[in-house]
Design a binder for this molecule. Structure first.
Ligand code: 1DF
Ligand code: MN
Length: 354
């Protein structure tokens, strides 16, 4: 998989391809993960099975992921060139620092952001980056967003979904949203393995990972953010979802119908009136990338639900490095302006790339 795939190399196109959900991990983070798994530091079956696979495995997939993950120079740039990717928006891979204890996570986030900013500085036309933070310490996370955006030039925040089974719908995490809104940078809500309390029936049938469990967990997280009133409190906040919005656009009709019915029935204290409809939040506060979903009908459906100015290209390197997918998306039947917005224009606006 790390060998040249030159025969299918995508053709020149009249737009830049900006890939917006691209993963990296410092070698130091993988060393921490390896030790955490060996010493069984966390009772988190999703983390232990996923990173046990990638770090210990002899499969071609494990070797490819581990080799690509820590490289921010020659190997990654070669893969980008082969796939016709002009720019990557880089983010610390899941679960990032969110699996660590509070103080380790807080200090490692700073280290990872410094490393990312240095890579952007080496290759300013090829990379931009999102800041990792440790929600375990919300005040420190907000301070790190401030530092990473104003001093390091990072373009947004990466949150790898739940943190030890806790969700950002909890008001104790809202300093993170407050900082992102004040600095006018987006928060990318990226998947994580489902937490211990959710993963059981998925793990026993092998559906806990990117195949399905990620989307269920992260879609629910995004929905909790909406229904808890985050966007009523922070009306300018922009939340990015990958994987075609973790299926939420497809659910929208039912979500709106049943949310309204549940509010009226007063069945749950947590389901309370909101200022706008769920679809309004999706059209005004969310952006959606096609990471992992290089599929024309899903992309067009999502454009019809949230607007073509809110749907962005992503590859999900190195997890889904596929030249065939780039070719398939180039070939979409879509007018030139919409395709330009999808691959380039929306990313330039959202991440302020100039
Ligand atoms: C996988 C996929 C792992 C994605 C990821 O992070 C990830 C995977 C650990 O296939 O195991 O970000 N993804 O976004 O598709
Ligand atoms: Mn991803």
């Amino acid at each position: 998989m790390t060998e040249s795939l030159a025969p299918q190399k995508p053709k020149p196109v009249p737009y830049k391809r900006i890939a917006t959900e691209e993963a990296f991990a410092p070698a130091e983070m993988m060393a921490i993960y390896r030790e955490m798994i060996e010493k069984k530091v966390v009772d988190d079956p999703g983390f232990n099975t996923m990173w046990g696979f990638y770090l210990g495995g002899t499969s071609e997939r494990s070797r490819h992921i581990e080799a690509c993950m820590s490289d921010l120079d020659d190997l990654r740039l070669r893969h980008m060139d082969e796939a016709g990717i002009d720019m990557q928006i880089l983010a610390l891979t899941a679960p990032g620092v969110q699996i660590m204890d509070r103080d380790t996570g807080t200090s490692f986030a700073r280290f990872a952001n410094d490393q990312l900013a240095a890579a952007v500085k080496r290759h300013p036309t090829r990379y931009a980056g999102l800041a990792a933070v440790a929600p375990q310490d919300p005040a420190a996370a907000a301070a790190e967003i401030q530092r990473a955006v104003t001093q390091l030039g990072l373009k947004g925040v990466i949150i790898n979904s739940h943190t030890h089974g806790e969700y950002l719908s909890d008001t104790r995490f809202w300093p993170i949203f407050e900082a992102a809104e004040a600095l006018d940078v987006p928060v990318y809500l990226h998947p994580n393995s489902p937490p211990r309390g959710m993963i059981g029936p998925m793990l026993e049938c092998g559906l806990d990972g990117a195949i399905f469990g990620f989307g269920v967990e992260t879609g629910m997280h995004a929905l909790r953010i909406i229904t808890s009133g985050v966007f009523d409190r922070f009306p300018k906040l922009q939340l990015i979802l990958g994987h075609m919005g973790e299926a939420l656009p497809f659910w929208l009709y039912r979500l709106e119908y049943m949310h309204k019915a549940t509010v009226a029935s007063q069945r749950y204290e947590a389901i309370k009136p909101l200022q706008r409809r769920i679809g309004d939040y999706m059209r005004e506060n969310m952006l959606i990338t096609c990471s992992g979903m290089a599929w024309e009908p899903a992309i067009k459906f999502t454009q019809s639900v949230v607007g073509a100015d809110r749907v962005l290209y992503a590859m999900d390197y190195p997890y889904q490095y596929s030249l065939d997918e780039v070719n398939a998306l180039d070939a979409m039947q879509m007018d030139d302006a919409t395709k330009h917005a999808f691959f380039e224009g929306n990313a330039r606006r959202v991440f302020k790339l100039g």
